[in-house]
Design a protein around this ligand. Structure first.
Ligand SMILES: [Cu+2]
Length: 351
């Protein structure tokens, strides 16, 4: 019992120390329809626990990449005081005007942060991707950072309940076996007051959510709910020392997950809608012998029909049509129409 208690206490201490810190590069809108100004808040904190906020030094670099062209934004950085839930800290803000359609990749290379409790420096190289005009361009391209997470799903359009896959790179090469922490911003962000809300708004998992990159440097995470999700792969960068101390050079990527309500869609959307959009006359015309032959051949290709393809509809053909209809959520009458024939032929073609 004593051992168990000691272990439990040790685990509690570790987990309170081990709250995951994330470099935020936050802007409220990630998919712009019209030209507009993006306002960014650069804050170093513990967004899932709504915990301690840390002082940022002047960032080493801040820029945007649009269609392969890099624009320095360090001049637009303004120091601000950020009001965390528990303390105030030095942070930065910046704004950027977006006009042309396509993907904009924003990159922040913060100054290494000295973490007293661990006697190490932390530098989280952070990416955020924004789209204008619904026209994707190069969100999946690596940016040549010392370390970065390359999204394999469109990062500004991920759906809650879906999954996200990223590929971690170190000097452009896949980084295998690296631990990545996963969090979401669990509080409101007041853009005018430069403040987090006093409370965490959603569930706070007991410790960091963690995944490990595979041999290709990839990881996949099922997104539990809508929100702004961050991935921080720890110590994946090539630099391991700063100012005579250990440096954890991390890769951070932010994505946005939105809800997608599909409850109104029919269960067999693709086939059912094709079926119903056909004019009624076509549905009721009996099939010609050539059409029946075509139908039998298609059903045979799909694997539902073993009889002869003679163009004469028999019980075998009816049975096969019925099986097809049931498999596609249509009432299984077994009666072949030209619309159904088109459907079956189309599916057989894809095999
Ligand atoms: Cu921390």
């Amino acid at each position: 019992m004593r051992t168990q208690l000691a272990l439990a206490t040790a685990a509690m201490l570790t987990s309170s120390l081990a709250q995951a810190h994330f470099q935020l590069l936050y802007t409220p809108e990630v998919m712009l329809e019209k030209p507009g100004t993006l306002d960014f808040k650069l804050v170093f904190g513990h967004p899932m626990e709504n915990g301690h906020t840390m002082d940022m030094g002047k960032p080493e670099d801040f820029y945007v990449v649009f269609k392969g062209e890099q624009t320095d934004l360090t001049d637009s950085l303004q120091p601000i005081t950020w009001k965390g839930a528990h303390n105030e800290a030095q942070a930065y803000e910046a704004s950027y005007k977006v006009r042309r359609n396509g993907d904009y990749a924003f990159v922040l290379v913060p100054a290494p942060y000295y973490e007293k409790s661990e006697d190490i420096y932390i530098q989280q190289i952070t990416k955020a991707l924004i789209n204008k005009g619904g026209m994707p361009t190069d969100w999946h391209e690596p940016l040549g950072l010392k370390t970065e997470i390359v999204p394999l799903n469109k990062p500004y359009q991920v759906y809650a309940g879906g999954s996200f896959t990223g590929r971690l790179l170190r000097n452009g090469e896949p980084a295998a076996g690296v631990e990545c922490e996963i969090e979401y911003i669990n509080t409101t962000i007041d853009m005018n007051a430069n403040a987090f809300a006093a409370d965490a708004l959603g569930d706070v998992p007991p410790s960091a959510i963690v995944t490990i990159t595979d041999a290709d440097g990839e990881f996949t995470f099922g997104i539990p709910g809508p929100g702004v999700w961050g991935f921080a792969c720890l110590g994946s960068g090539p630099d391991t020392e700063y100012d005579g101390k250990e440096l954890s050079q991390d890769a951070v990527l932010w994505i946005n997950a939105s809800p997608l309500d599909t409850t109104g869609a029919p269960a067999t959307a693709a086939h059912a809608s094709t079926h119903m959009e056909e004019p009624d006359t076509a549905n009721t015309q009996p099939l010609t012998q050539d059409q029946v032959r075509e139908l039998q051949q298609a059903l045979a290709t799909i694997g539902l029909y073993q009889g002869s393809t003679d163009g004469v509809p028999g019980p075998g053909t009816t049975k096969a049509v019925e099986l097809f209809q049931r498999a596609h959520g249509i009432d299984g009458t077994g009666e072949a129409t030209s619309a159904l024939l088109a459907n079956i032929v189309q599916i057989a073609k894809q095999l």
